[in-house]
Design a protein around this ligand. Structure first.
Ligand code: FAD
Length: 328
């Protein structure tokens, strides 16, 4: 029996989608071997209703480590209480999201547990002994296959957004173990103020995304793109070139070094479709591209392509769109 622990995330009393994505990815290993899935939640004052949601997405067990001040993520505190229970119980595999929290927490934890860590996996497999951790390397030009043969537990972070359809499991209940996570760590870090970077949406959770590339020429043209996004209720995304120019912030970057998204609809405007960008959006259900160059690579991925200057195409689209008839 392979014991897999998935580190859940929550904010403002709600579980993040990554908590369920991890379970779904881990569940796929059950095709190769018997798997026991545990979700681990660290926090304070989370309700049973919230915690029990994890059973509906495949967790057999939920371990809730509760302690004062643990609602806000702290790498030192979270890794301290996790390392203790992991050493005690010895799970085979630990998975977390390649989110801000996962990327910060897991290296701390790997050091405490003296084991390896593969960051940013997009695929997982199992060879009967080892977890096969697969991730893009060399700007996405090859997939690196990584094992941790000599150390345990095996640890990996998984890109958020790699599961396009979250499937509920038939079970809706399981074992909920609550543990007191009172830890005696000196507060070396105090939260003084928390400023949301751009907190109105999370690009990985948006069902419709309008993404802009350098082809929009100037940030002044974002107003026009925002009109389109508003018309269809879309979140605004961007290529890295747009983010590097400071036209939009990193929370909106789509691609290899940005966010992986799997929305129902992606509309790329003035985006060339470089491999590092398409790595982040190619699994969208429907892809529409607007580009003045008919040979742009983005058209290889598009279900619908509009060749033309976005300054003409986008206003015409906004005019034509009857939102009432759109099913997104
Ligand atoms: P361009 O490639 O310059 O494309 C602009 C497009 O706009 C062109 O196709 C052009 O025909 C079109 N256009 C111009 N004018 C108009 C007009 N008036 N109307 C319509 N279309 C027009 N990129 C990402 O996006 N995300 C990543 O996460 C990412 N990670 C990277 C990681 C590494 C290690 C490296 C090396 C690169 C990464 N990149 C990433 C950068 C990537 O290689 C490309 O440089 C980038 O995606 C190009 O952005 P773009 O499509 O906005 O710009």
């Amino acid at each position: 029996m392979l014991n897999i622990w998935c580190i859940a995330e929550h904010r403002k009393g709600k579980l993040g989608r990554i908590s369920f994505e991890l379970l779904q990815k881990a569940k796929q290993l059950a095709e190769k071997t018997d798997v026991n899935l545990t979700s681990v939640v660290i926090g304070c004052n989370l309700t049973n209703d919230v915690l029990k949601k994890l059973f509906s997405y495949g967790a057999h067990k939920v371990i809730y480590l509760e302690g004062k001040g643990l609602n806000d993520f702290s790498a030192e505190k979270y890794s301290e209480c996790l390392a203790g229970i992991i050493k005690q119980r010895g799970p085979d595999i630990i998975l977390a999201g390649s989110t801000t929290m996962g990327r910060t927490l897991m290296p701390y934890l790997a050091v405490k547990l003296e084991t390896g860590l593969t960051a940013d996996c997009t695929l997982l497999d199992y060879d009967g002994t080892n977890l096969i951790q697969i991730r893009p390397a060399l700007s996405g030009n090859l997939m690196a296959v990584i094992k941790t043969p000599n150390h345990r537990p095996q640890m990996a972070t998984l890109r958020p957004g790699i599961v396009s359809n979250l499937e509920k499991s038939t079970a809706s209940d399981g074992e909920l173990e609550k543990l007191d996570a009172a830890i005696n760590l000196k507060n070396r870090i105090n939260k003084i103020e928390h400023k949301e970077a751009d907190g109105k949406f999370n690009i990985t959770e948006a069902q419709t995304v309008v993404a802009v590339g350098k082809g929009i020429k100037s940030p002044k043209n974002l107003d026009l793109i925002c009109d389109l996004a508003e018309t269809i209720g879309a979140a605004l995304g961007a290529s890295r070139d747009v983010v590097d120019r400071g036209w939009l912030d990193y929370s909106r970057q789509i691609g290899l070094s940005g966010h992986i998204i799997t929305p129902k609809l992606y509309i790329g405007i003035g985006v060339s479709g470089a491999i590092q960008h398409t790595a982040g959006m190619q699994d969208a259900k429907q892809i529409i591209a607007i580009n003045k160059d008919p040979k742009a690579r983005i058209f290889e991925f598009a279900d619908f392509g509009l060749v033309g200057d976005f300054l003409e195409v986008v206003p015409a689209l906004i005019k034509k769109l009857d939102c009432k008839n759109l099913v997104l």
